[in-house]
Write a protein that binds this ligand. Structure first.
Ligand code: BDP
Length: 713
């Protein structure tokens, strides 16, 4: 690698044109005043290159340091000079071994980044037990520079708190992405395995940089074709690209595959022929895709086939697959997102009802994958009552990164505060402090198999996520999967520095704007615990009037229950009693109108329009005010962003500005349509100062969006 002795050094001026393709791995020159110090701490690089993972770590460091510092360190077999960077494992580097660092608690993926002395000279070591641990450490080292941290006196010890950190792509084999707002799938199935798009490598780099170690390539609503040899060969080509980055490939498995591609008459999980079929299929998968991770299954949910079709349980279904995977070290991620066609009970209760009886009955290599809330990725939900209710079963968290219910790709909504809220929620399962994070990281009930899944927001759009700010949600998901105790704000800070600028005049306002953005969406879409009020099918825009159709729990009126008296879903003891699925202290708190947190008021109670809120206002007035507050926040974000012109590269600045304008219009639309509709029940005037909706209700109800993106097919 040539070392460029560039005398001329570019200061951190906004680059002429950036399209967001480089994500948070832009590696643009650091501030000039910092260059000399950083260069002195990265004079030479000693890193083994015997394995593919070692090579990608070395290449990333060279690429990163070249970009950030204008010159790459000299590559040396052994660290000798002051300011050397030594990267590796005791097995890959005798010099590192000689340092006798205590790596015993790092496990297979952890790492140290530490300032040491080698032969009396200052150096930095990135050490791990495995190559992939060292790769994660290399990314961390680069992040320190990207976020303008000092490199002296480093003493970083990182170990991921969950084992399985996966993206779930809801990508179909025809490249249509269900709930995708960033273009078609990046997985170009037709041209695989012959053509391996360079994007796959960048995708793997981006994921590894935030600690993601797995990816489910296909939609949970999957075709059985995925498991045919032709598609397995294609998946194998992707797995080969991802492997050096520590990323395993998983596949969604269609439960009825034995019938559809196996020629069997049944998919009954207790039928010996079916079990044999899955064993043989799994063996074949491992032959074709070495190091395969396992299966993700959506069964008996929204029309998908499953064990209940044969009178069997979720445990029967999951355990059959687990048995086939176990000899290979694979796992099953069995989703708990279920609600039945026959069961007329409150949809929020059904997953708990179906799964809790099977606690402790799942095989050891099964993770039950639970959405953060009991309905469906709404802007705000109380945490799912399954967390804390299945101590004998490892539960993995499923977050949605793609913003199906939070404004698609055009609305700026930073989701880490939402993830953080769910993770910090206290289940009280084993007394106070039994947080969801402790269920998920296994510490509460002593589980070693742990994980977190994020429904990806990635597509072929140049900027990957459909908007620049949606990259932050991918980034934040990875960071929180690694460490569910991180703070949303700290993650935002890192991301803004890496993505836009380290200038505090950019970082502070942008982080502040991001931190309130999700609450703003809650306000202008579904304040005070309202939920599921979006357009039918495509889920775009407000439609609280949706009624009728195939099932009541796919309508809005089912959830808000507005009438002349009030609004909200009574889930207290006088209603569906969903509150009883929470631990007693929470059941009591949520179940009582005087103690329920206001953000969950209408989630748990049907409340009179004149109910007095903490503010002293009536519920109706408060509702109208919250809608307006959400819109105002977006107006504020526009103002902040406009003020940053000149500090952000023009191309990205312009797109974000345009998207914020769309968001403002749509926030206003949500507010106006919702108020116009609910006023037909409340029959009360708008509070003083609140502007009337721009149009009458009929106008909003007549809007149709037959081609809105991402609809389920
Ligand atoms: C819902 C989506 C639907 C998914 C489903 C799921 O609308 O497209 O298939 O979740 O998670 O939010 O299975």
């Amino acid at each position: 690698m040539a070392v460029l002795g560039l005398a001329l050094f570019l200061p951190t001026l906004p680059a002429a044109a950036e399209d967001g393709h480089d994500l948070w791995l832009r590696y643009l020159p650091v501030q000039e005043s910092r260059v000399a110090a950083y260069r002195a701490q990265a004079t030479e690089l000693a890193a083994a290159t015997a394995t593919p993972t070692q090579r990608v770590a070395r290449d990333e460091l060279l690429r990163g340091l070249q970009g950030l510092l204008g010159t790459a360190p000299a590559v040396v077999p052994k660290a000798g000079r002051a300011g050397a960077l030594l990267v590796g494992t005791p097995a890959s580097s005798p010099q590192l071994r000689a340092l006798k660092l205590d790596l015993s608690t790092l496990g297979e993926e952890g790492y140290l980044v530490r300032s040491v002395r080698i032969d009396g000279r200052a150096a930095t070591v990135v050490a791990a037990n495995t190559d992939v641990g060292a790769l994660y450490g290399a990314f961390h080292f680069l992040r320190l520079i990207q976020t303008a941290q000092p490199l002296d006196a480093l003493d970083i010890r990182e170990v991921p708190r969950t084992k399985v950190r996966v993206l779930n792509h809801w990508d179909n084999l025809d490249r249509y992405v269900e709930r995708g707002y960033a273009g078609e799938s990046i997985f170009d199935w037709h041209r695989l395995p012959g053509w391996k798009d360079p994007r796959y490598t960048d995708y793997a780099r981006a994921n590894a940089s935030i600690g993601i170690n797995g990816t489910v390539l296909n939609n949970v609503n999957t075709s059985a074709q995925m498991l045919t040899p032709m598609y397995l060969e294609k998946a194998a080509a992707l797995a080969e690209v991802f492997r050096p980055f520590g990323i395993k490939v998983y596949l969604s498995a269609r439960f009825s595959a034995p019938i559809e591609i196996g020629g069997l008459k049944t998919a009954d999980p207790l039928d010996p022929a079916v079990r044999r079929w899955w064993k043989a299929k799994t063996d074949e998968v491992y032959r074709i895709i070495p190091g395969f991770g396992g299966f993700l299954v959506k069964a008996n949910s929204e029309g998908q086939p499953g064990p209940q079709d044969y009178g069997r349980s979720h445990a029967d279904g999951a355990n059959m697959l687990a048995e086939a995977l176990a000899p290979h070290g694979g796992i099953v991620m069995w989703r708990a997102f279920v609600y039945s066609h026959e069961e007329p009970d409150d949809r929020a209760k059904q997953a708990y009802t179906e799964f809790v009886p099977y606690d402790g009955r799942f095989a050891p290599n099964v993770l039950v994958q639970v959405k953060n809330g009991a309905i469906d990725f709404q802007p705000r939900e109380p945490f799912h009552p399954l967390f804390g209710a299945m101590p004998e079963t490892p539960l993995m968290m499923e977050f949605q990164i793609t913003k199906e219910y939070l404004g698609f790709a055009t609305h700026l909504a930073y989701l880490a505060p939402m993830y953080e809220e769910a993770l910090r929620a206290d289940t009280h399962a084993s007394g106070p402090g039994s947080t969801v994070a402790r269920v998920v990281d296994g510490s509460l009930d002593g589980h070693a198999l742990t994980g977190m899944a994020g429904v990806a927001n990635i597509g072929v759009d140049r900027n990957w996520s459909g908007s620049h700010f949606d990259q932050a949600n991918w980034f934040a998901f990875g960071r929180l999967a690694w460490d569910p105790y991180l703070e949303a704000e700290a993650i935002a800070r890192d991301w803004v520095k890496m993505t836009f600028s380290t200038d505090p005049a950019v970082v502070d306002p942008v982080v502040a704007m991001m931190m309130g953005s999700r609450e703003a969406v809650v306000d202008y879409m579904t304040p005070l615990g309202l939920h599921h009020l979006m357009g039918r099918g495509h889920h775009y825009g407000p439609a609280p009037w949706v009624a009728g159709g195939p099932r009541a729990d796919w309508t809005s009126v089912y959830y808000h229950r507005a009438d002349a008296k009030g609004i909200g879903f009574d889930r207290s003891a006088t209603g569906s009693n969903a509150v009883a699925q929470y631990a007693p202290p929470l059941a009591a708190q949520f179940g009582d109108l005087s103690t329920v947190p206001e953000e969950f008021l209408l989630w748990f109670h049907h409340v009179p329009w004149d109910h007095r809120m903490a503010s002293g206002r009536t519920l109706w007035d408060e509702l109208v005010l919250r809608y307006g507050r959400g819109v105002d926040y977006v107006t504020g974000m526009r103002r902040t962003w406009d003020g940053l012109a000149g500090k952000i590269d023009p191309e990205r600045h312009a797109q974000v500005a345009a998207f914020l304008a769309i968001q403002e219009q749509e926030a206003q639309w949500w507010r106006d349509a919702s108020i116009a509709y609910f006023q037909t029940f409340s029959k009360r005037p708008l509070p003083a100062g609140a502007a009337p909706p721009a149009h009458d209700l009929e106008y909003y109800q007549a809007l149709q969006f037959p081609f809105a993106p991402g609809d389920g097919k």
